[in-house]
Write a protein that binds this ligand. Structure first.
Ligand code: MRU
Length: 361
């Protein structure tokens, strides 16, 4: 997608195809920096410290991380060690396990000397598939926006989104933002309400950055403003991403998504989750009870980062010295609050029968 009119994606193999390059998302929107990921340790750190984040991109980074581990040492012992090191970085986004298992199952049966090349080939495939799936999610979600535009006399379609499920969270296009880019590019008058998304502000820092460079009109709001806007008919549609969606259609996404779903339901506003197949968990049924929710550092809540008057990124404390904090990074929206799932295969209802019909046909 575009940054200063130039096409970018979030992750790519460098020309030697011996290491990986990523956009350092901890520096955005104030600084655009490319980071070299040269080892499996670098890859694990990039995921844990959220230099890259977003479920699909975490999966692709995991795949390349395993490739780098096999370059370091293709032995079975190191394959297991690197797998566990990457798997234990962040627990919620199911794409990570999906990608690691895909590479692992392929290289496990390979002679040692072929493991790096085999892993590289498959990791590139996962990268390209993600790119294609997200574009298809854009096309399928566009039909929902077109329908609303047809019935919407005001001509402007107000879409609310939470966190960043744009191209910065995938390889390209994004999930929740892909239909918005597609709509904007064909001249549909869309405006995006962007939840700031405390505590790490992925909405305020990343989603607004993306939308600005794609010239899509947008307004940042506090996470608590969405319900009020819905009551006052200022929201026509809610589209969010997902870190893990169960076979029942329960949607796990950034903390605060569940509250948006409740407000949307109460105000009869369609609430969609956009996701590729790599984000579906076929082994978990009840998401509220069984999806592992990452608990991140208290400091992410007690402090906040931003650009100070001297032009430097500075972290400041919000609370008194002894204040305790609790920081669950995700929550689960039960399927009954989800109007539908926007996938690369099409749009379906958030229930087991519809999901299986879409993917097992
Ligand atoms: O903690 P993050 O920034 O990795 O959380 C990201 C989200 O919750 C996204 O909405 C989700 O991963 C979907 S990304 C297409």
């Amino acid at each position: 997608m575009l940054i200063n009119e130039k096409e970018w994606q979030t992750i790519w193999l460098d020309d030697s195809e011996k290491f990986v390059k990523v956009i350092d998302q901890t520096k955005l929107p104030h600084e655009f920096a490319i980071k070299d990921i040269k080892s499996s340790d670098d890859a694990a750190l990039a995921i844990k410290d959220m230099i890259i984040r977003g479920a699909p991109l975490i999966g692709v980074m995991g795949a390349y991380g395993l490739m780098l581990g096999l370059k370091e040492d293709p032995s079975d012992e190191n394959l297991e060690r690197t797998f566990i090191k990457l798997q234990s970085t962040r627990p919620t986004a199911v794409n990570l396990n999906w990608a690691l298992k895909r590479i692992y199952n392929l290289v496990k049966v390979c002679p040692l000397e072929e493991r790096f090349e085999t892993a590289k080939k498959e990791a590139k495939l996962i990268e390209n598939e993600d790119n294609n799936m997200c574009e298809k999610i854009g096309d399928n979600g566009l039909e929902i926006i077109k329908k609303i535009a047809l019935n919407n006399k005001s001509q402007k379609i107000n879409i609310l989104t939470h966190c960043n499920a744009g191209w910065l969270a995938t390889v390209n296009w994004g999930t929740a933002l892909a239909p918005i880019y597609k709509a904007h590019r064909i001249g549909i008058n869309v405006h995006v309400w962007v939840d700031e998304t405390r505590p790490r502000n992925q909405g305020a820092s990343l989603t607004t950055f993306e939308l600005k460079h794609e010239n899509v009109p947008h307004t940042v709001i506090t996470d608590n403003a969405g319900g009020h806007l819905m009551q006052h008919k200022e929201v026509d549609l809610v589209i969010v991403g997902s870190d893990r969606t169960t076979i029942k259609g329960d949607v796990c996404n950034k903390i605060g998504t569940y509250l948006k779903a409740l407000a949307a339901k109460a105000n009869n506003i369609p609430f969609y989750a956009a996701l590729p197949i790599s984000t579906l968990d076929w082994d978990i049924y009840d998401g509220v009870q069984n999806i592992p929710i990452e608990a991140r550092s208290e400091e992410e809540v007690t402090h906040i980062s931003g650009l100070n008057s001297k032009g430097y990124i500075e972290k400041v404390r919000l609370v008194h010295n002894e204040c305790k904090a609790f920081n669950p990074a995700f929550d689960v929206t039960p399927n009954e609050l989800v109007s539908g799932l926007i996938t690369e295969r099409g749009v379906c209802l958030a229930n087991e029968k519809a999901i299986k019909k879409l993917y097992l046909k």
